[in-house]
Design a binder for this molecule. Structure first.
Ligand code: 5GP
Length: 125
């Protein structure tokens, strides 16, 4: 059981299949540590997902188990994707869902980059 309390990593989750090139995705960035691609069901004018290249089910699992170079490389990719997409002004939101209460659907750690309009309150009421 990963530290996150979620089930073990499923090698056939949808993002693992995108990483292996088995399922197409609209890629915006890729390096040794991370892949970024457009969300299939965007919640904002810009909705990009950034995923690490490694078998981590959640942000907790990633933080606890990933090697330091991957952690650093992944987070550098997140901010550099936002900058390269021109999102620093007027800003963007980074969001990671972890587990049941957050409604995490895909059990491969990912962050959402949301932008392109005023995003409103941080949480729905
Ligand atoms: P979560 O709820 O796990 O934080 O977010 C999962 C996200 O993955 C959702 O926003 C959903 O629209 C997106 N998603 C699910 N399946 C696919 C897919 O096959 N391709 C892409 N590009 N995004 C997907």
């Amino acid at each position: 059981m990963p530290v996150s309390g979620l089930p073990p990593y499923d090698e056939n989750n949808i993002f693992a299949r995108i990483l292996r090139g088995e399922i197409p995705a609209r890629k915006v960035y890729e390096d040794d540590f991370a892949l970024a691609f457009h969300d299939i069901a965007p919640k904002a004018p810009v909705h990009v997902l950034v995923i690490p290249k490694g078998p981590y089910v959640s942000i907790s699992d990633f933080g606890a188990a990933a090697p330091a170079d991957l952690v650093a490389g992944f987070w550098k990719a997140v901010s550099s994707v936002a900058t390269s997409l021109g999102l620093d002004q007027p800003g963007y939101r980074v969001l990671a869902n972890m587990g049941e209460h957050a409604g995490q659907e895909v059990p491969h750690f990912h962050v959402h980059l949301l932008a392109g309009k005023p995003l409103g309150p941080m949480l729905a009421d």
